[in-house]
Unconditional design. Structure first.
Length: 141
């Protein structure tokens, strides 16, 4: 159920044999993201459970389960900013209903991220996915 943008990342990862190259690619994805406005970096958008500072500001276009999901995100760590970019590729543009059905950890496992992130980064990634899923579940209700 991945988006075309996420499939592009998966194809690039298939092409990159070395984990260091993949790691650099994730960082580059983070660098390419537009900056998040400082005014949006509030306690309400901060994701708890991450070793780094992480903010996710959801953007819903429409209402109910057919609303389209998007978000802005940022972190003070470049690799985490890259992980936010990967999550953006995975979720952006989906309906709220589809967001709730995405098995993010399975999709991310296709990239091998589960094998190469520290336990702290993995916990943070799960916290970000949890925040996105929570927002989608609330919007669908």
């Amino acid at each position: 159920m991945a988006t075309a943008a996420f499939e592009d990342i998966a194809e690039t990862f298939d092409f990159l044999d070395d984990w260091e190259d993949r790691y650099r690619h994730v960082i580059e994805l983070g660098r390419a993201m537009p900056p998040m406005e400082e005014a949006l970096k509030t306690p309400a958008t901060k994701v708890e459970g991450c070793a780094s500072q992480v903010w996710i500001h959801p953007i819903l276009k429409g209402e109910g389960k057919d609303a389209r999901f998007d978000f802005q995100g940022d972190s003070d760590a470049m690799i985490v900013r890259g992980l936010i970019a990967v999550l953006h590729a995975l979720y952006s543009g989906l309906t709220i209903s589809d967001v709730t059905r995405v098995d993010a950890m399975a999709e991310l496992a296709r990239l091998g991220l589960d094998e190469h992130l520290s336990s702290q980064r993995s916990n943070g990634l799960r916290a970000m996915v949890g925040r996105i899923q929570s927002v989608a579940a609330q919007a669908a209700a």
